[in-house]
Design a protein around this ligand. Structure first.
Ligand SMILES: Nc1ncnc2c1ncn2[C@@H]1O[C@H](COP(=O)(O)OP(=O)(O)OP(=O)(O)O)[C@@H](O)[C@H]1O
Ligand SMILES: [Mg+2]
Length: 254
């Protein structure tokens, strides 16, 4: 059987620093897999490799058997993989709705000539796109914030908005880089409930997360990355209880 997502022997160096070192793992469809490991372990770097923002020095990534290595980020989104960024990357002066609209397939300004010659058709598709964007906002609980500028939204709302943007792409595999970091308890619970709902909707999630409570509550499976290499994997309970991994993660603080 073909693996859903397979990362195979990936190496990547930044100058003299080897950020990914024979990194290899697979993730199954329909599950929430958490990717954990200490700061600098290479978690964001492997996200960049999977989504085409970085080309690995060696190794490859396959999605449903198709080799993704060397494809552009845009092509990879079309293939069905979308990712969020650790630093959000929203447009602060645009409204929540417009931030979602730009992530819809086609983005802004699709078919400019078509709009000129078929104005009624263009107005209708624009209305449909707005409607779809509103649905994505509603999906993450931001229906009543559609007209708000991002700069006026709370950090928790902005985190939810990044997830609405992922949904707007239509991708089936979502890579989330620390979706719960910096959130107060209430917003944290909201994000965790949303991630589980996405799984119920049929999405597959790969989630980078530092908060062990979040990992324990949402993960079906955990991958532990250390110095750019998959050091261990298992159930959340097994990974969290492993004293050798805790030593690496917390420097023996636990
Ligand atoms: N563009 C870059 N140029 C140089 N070094 C980089 C670059 N991006 C990452 N690195 C280095 O590669 C290593 C892995 O970084 P990465 O961001 O993937 O870690 P991470 O596991 O996401 O860490 P964190 O938990 O802090 O987000 C680190 O040592 C980092 O300093
Ligand atoms: Mg990171």
């Amino acid at each position: 059987m073909t693996d859903y997502l397979r990362v195979e022997a990936v190496n990547h160096s930044f100058g003299g620093l080897q950020a990914l070192n024979d990194c290899a793992f697979t993730i199954p469809a329909g599950r929430i897999t958490c990717l954990v490991g200490p700061n600098g372990a290479g978690k964001t770097t492997i996200f960049n490799v999977i989504t085409g923002f970085l080309r690995p020095d060696t190794g490859e990534v396959r999605f449903r058997g198709r080799v993704l290595t060397g494809l552009s980020p845009q092509t990879i989104v079309h293939a069905g993989i979308a990712r969020s960024f650790q630093n959000l990357r929203l447009f602060p002066d645009l409204t929540a709705l417009d931030n979602v609209m730009v992530a819809l397939p086609g983005g802004f300004g699709e078919e400019p000539l078509g709009a000129l010659f078929r104005p009624f058709h263009a107005a209708r598709t624009d209305r449909q796109r707005r409607e779809t964007a509103r649905e994505r906002l509603a999906h993450v609980g931001l229906a009543d914030r559609a007209g708000e500028r991002v700069r006026n939204m709370s950090y928790g709302e902005q985190k939810l908005l990044t997830i609405a943007r992922l949904l707007a792409t239509g991708a089936e595999l979502l890579l989330l880089d620390e979706p719960a970091s910096g959130l107060a308890a209430g917003a944290l619970d909201q994000v965790m409930a949303l991630l589980r709902r996405l799984q119920d909707d049929g999405k597959t999630l790969l989630v980078v997360e530092h908060n062990t409570r979040v990992v324990q509550q949402i993960a079906d499976h955990v991958l532990f990355l250390h110095q750019g290499h998959l050091m261990a994997e298992g159930t959340p309970a097994a990974i969290i209880a492993d004293p050798a991994l805790a030593e690496i993660y917390f420097g023996g603080a636990l």
